[in-house]
Design a protein around this ligand. Structure first.
Ligand SMILES: [Zn+2]
Length: 306
């Protein structure tokens, strides 16, 4: 077989594999007229058929086919019968043998459920088989076993099957892909956003409460311990209140100059002394205020003249 033809046959059988699920060893249903044609050309039918399908094959002949060969009046009847004995016998539903071609026609039906290849010479049967999707048809042509080109029905059927498998047209699929992509991207963004907000803005509220409570409890426990220490030094409650009053104004540098006297008064535990200090402070504040108002009035009087 020429390389070019072998290649085209290989491609054809790949099509049947992909479109209709054909697998090696291919099952070739051989009709009695094909066996006779092969015998007349003295062809090694098995080898030629395997070449044509470019792979290993099982050869089947029906009971009706065998009975037809036995009844044959052809000059090549004997050779045909010996050739058919090498083939597997396929059961058919016919108790009484029917013509071999009719038997094959019935077995093939409209679907070729068993994924048979058919080797047949009869033109009518070949024409009928072309209407069944996915039937590789073989016949003897000038002492060569030929694999027919795949029929339009087979092509259409394979296309339809592909579409059924996917269930969508190309446009629908592309649209679906776009929608899926968008949905994926949106999901990804949402996840990212969630992560960002969840981190620093809203930590575990339970952890915050615990952290805030612990120092407070520590203070309450430590203060009573420190108080007895102060009592030992002999600081009275009155002096503590005075300290609180003074403590608010400690930031002023003027007060710092008088701290020795205050401290002395506080240390002595004399409430009168602390009162004096407060009075003195009030006086000073008043005088400072008066000075400020005087300055303001001067500024106001000068403003119009300038
Ligand atoms: Zn039959």
């Amino acid at each position: 077989m020429r390389a070019k033809r072998a290649k085209s046959y290989r491609k054809a059988m790949q099509f049947y594999q992909q479109a209709f699920g054909f697998r090696e060893p291919y099952q070739i249903l051989v009709s009695p007229d094909f066996i006779l044609a092969g015998a007349s050309k003295q062809l090694p039918v098995k080898a030629r058929l395997e070449e044509a399908v470019q792979g290993q094959a099982k050869f089947l002949v029906t009971h009706c086919g065998i009975s037809e060969l036995l009844k044959s009046t052809s000059n090549f009847r004997a050779q045909a019968i010996t050739a058919s004995k090498e083939f597997e016998k396929r059961r058919c539903p016919h108790q009484e043998p029917v013509p071999g071609l009719d038997c094959i026609k019935e077995i093939m039906g409209n679907e070729n459920k068993n994924n048979y290849c058919v080797a047949v010479q009869d033109n009518d049967l070949r024409a009928t088989l072309r209407t069944v999707p996915g039937v590789p048809i073989l016949h003897v042509k000038q002492s060569v076993v030929v694999l027919e080109r795949k029929s339009q029905v087979a092509k259409d059927a394979s296309k339809q099957m592909e579409q059924d498998k996917l269930g969508l047209t190309e446009l629908e699929r592309s649209m679906l892909r776009a929608v899926k992509k968008q949905a994926k991207e949106a999901k990804g963004e949402k996840r990212k956003k969630k992560k960002k907000t969840a981190g620093p803005k809203a930590p575990n509220p339970l952890s915050i409460k615990k952290a805030a409570k612990k120092p407070q409890t520590a203070k309450t426990t430590t203060t009573p311990a420190s108080k007895p220490g102060q009592a030992e030094k002999g600081v009275g409650s009155a002096t503590i209140s005075a300290m609180a009053v003074l403590g608010t104004k400690r930031s002023r540098p003027e007060d710092d100059t008088s701290t020795p006297t205050k401290k002395a008064a506080i240390a002595s535990g004399n409430p009168a002394a602390s009162e004096d200090v407060v009075k003195h402070k009030r006086k000073r504040n008043r005088s400072a205020k008066n000075r400020a108002t005087e300055k303001d009035s001067v500024a106001v009087s000068q403003a119009p003249s300038s």
